[in-house]
Design a protein around this ligand. Structure first.
Ligand SMILES: *Cc1c(COP(=O)(O)O)cnc(C)c1O
Length: 367
């Protein structure tokens, strides 16, 4: 756990006072408030150098920096959780580090050593440990990202990059209580095509999703469901989350999620739930799911629940699927028992109230 020893620490000269910080932690607004510091690592001449934790603040970039023109940018998201004994643990950060490097490879960016990726999180969380909230459903959201900084308009991979890590306290995602969302199945727009960047967590994927999300909103839905690019029939994801369908086999739940075809983002929550299912005695399967069949199976009762999963909201039940010419309610628009059981089990491990039998927690040395 001495990974962070290489980070130079430059403390903020005007951090928020404890009272100001507590005030911000009272009414947490996700993604709007950031801790006093950030981690920065530079890349040039083929190496990462000058790892530093310094005061949070604006970056200075040349207007010709290639990220601003061609979008060579990737990111990750994971959380630090306050444990019952006051310590702080990260949830599966190695998984995010590995996915970050797969995203980097797809965007022709350099890989970042695990010691730097995880070391940045350890160093920043240690410095800003007072920002890790302890309330139910609360955490410190960590956002690592990498941008191309060459001041050059030619189209080629940049030679220089910045890796940054910022942190934002996250409150209970559903302050009014968990309730199902409605989704719009888009046949107009696609998120990812074979050979494209759908498997990578790159900034551009999100820019390209905004119009489809707006279309979903126009149809009165909370979120968009992405179908495959070719047949516009096979279910892939919901917004920025993966999807699960609960079938029943002889009355026993089988949780089914679309297989990773190359156009889905391989969610860490998704893979966590596939493992956790076994602990709860559920069968779990990955396979192709056609929208037409799914709608029939919901109508017939073969599918009893649908839910989405991701780091930010953990598990969100889906209560209604709409599209051009159809509308299908699910489980009377109520939270289903399987979604709730998986959610409780996962939150219990993350908060340290259930045994971490899979070794998913990574404790941070708070110094
Ligand atoms: C990040 C992301 C997810 C969820 O991944 P987690 O690792 O579970 O947070 C799902 N789909 C898309 C498109 C994403 O960008």
């Amino acid at each position: 756990m001495a990974i962070n020893s290489t980070f130079k620490i430059t403390p903020s000269t005007n951090p928020l006072s404890a009272a100001e910080r507590e005030q911000k932690l009272q009414a947490i607004q996700f993604g709007r408030v950031f801790t006093d510091h950030m981690a920065v690592v530079k890349y040039s001449n083929g190496t990462w150098h000058d790892p530093e934790v310094k005061p949070y603040g604006p970056l200075s970039l040349d207007p010709s920096a290639s990220v601003l023109h061609y979008g060579q940018a990737i990111f990750e998201g994971f959380k630090a959780y306050r444990q019952p004994d006051g310590s702080v643990s990260l949830f599966r950060p190695e998984q995010n580090g590995e996915r970050f490097n797969r995203s980097a490879a797809r965007l022709a960016m350099p890989a970042i050593p695990k010691e730097i990726f995880i070391g940045a999180a350890e160093a920043l969380v240690a410095v800003d440990q007072a920002w890790v909230p302890s309330g139910s459903g609360e955490s410190l959201y960590l956002r690592p990202f990498m941008i191309a900084t060459d001041p050059y308009l030619g189209v080629r991979p940049s030679n220089e990059y910045l890796f940054l890590l910022i942190a934002s306290p996250a409150g209970e995602y559903f302050p009014q209580g968990l309730k199902p969302v409605s989704v719009w199945a888009s046949k107009e727009y696609v998120r990812a095509a074979p050979g494209g960047t759908g498997e990578a967590k790159c900034a551009g994927n999100y820019a390209a999703s905004l119009l489809a999300q707006a279309e979903a909103t126009q149809h009165g839905c909370d979120q968009v469901i992405w179908l495959d690019a070719i047949e516009r029939e096979y279910i892939e994801e919901m917004g920025g989350m993966n999807l699960f369908f609960v079938y029943r086999e002889n009355g026993e739940p089988v949780i089914v999620t679309p297989g990773l075809t190359g156009t889905l983002l391989p969610g860490i929550t998704r893979s966590t739930l596939l493992q956790l299912a076994g602990d709860l005695g559920y069968k779990a399967e990955e396979r192709r799911l056609a929208l037409t069949n799914v709608l029939q199976d919901i109508a017939s009762g073969a599918i009893s629940e649908v839910f989405a999963c991701g780091t930010a909201a953990v598990i969100t039940p889906v209560g209604l699927i709409k599209g051009r010419g159809f509308e299908q309610g699910i489980n009377n628009n109520e939270n289903g028992p399987v979604a709730l059981a998986l959610r409780d089990a996962l939150l219990g491990i993350q908060r340290g109230t259930a045994a971490d039998t899979h070794g998913w927690l990574h404790q941070v040395a708070l110094g």
